[in-house]
Design a protein around this ligand. Sequence first.
Ligand SMILES: [Zn+2]
Length: 163
Amino acid sequence: MPVLRQLTACSAPATHVVEGRSRKKRRALEYRVEVCAGHRWLARHWPGRHSTREPGGRCGAMMDHRAYARVVQSHVEVWIGPLTAQDLQAHDGDVAAALRAAHRWLQDGARGEIWHAVAAALGHAAWVAEAVVSGLVEVEAGERQVLAALSAAEAIDGTARGV
Ligand SMILES: [Zn+2]
């Protein structure tokens, strides 16, 4: 099952599609991102096949089929890192530690209610990631919850940034 993400707060219908495919696994679909004409710049950095064929959804809609670690890495690269200056490498790949550090950074520096909302959503993602580590939730179910929380945080971040 893909993880559904929302990269923009734009309600325009999508006109442009990027499909990323695996180089190893028989070119399996890794992600599909749809954007409107005004947000094509957002998709410019996404590797894959760019086309205007059959966009079916709303601008910013992303179906992410990749494994847990790569989806988390993508969140860090796309918005958590630019926003909070945190990355996974600085925490030896420890997802829970990186998310907690990003949450603290944002909580301390948040200016305005919308940024506190992003911080709260990120804090929830961090808590679930910590619960996976401590065994409070099963790994597979917990990782799904982390990704759902990150999707919500990302959508609020998009609204906060006005993209
Ligand atoms: Zn748009």
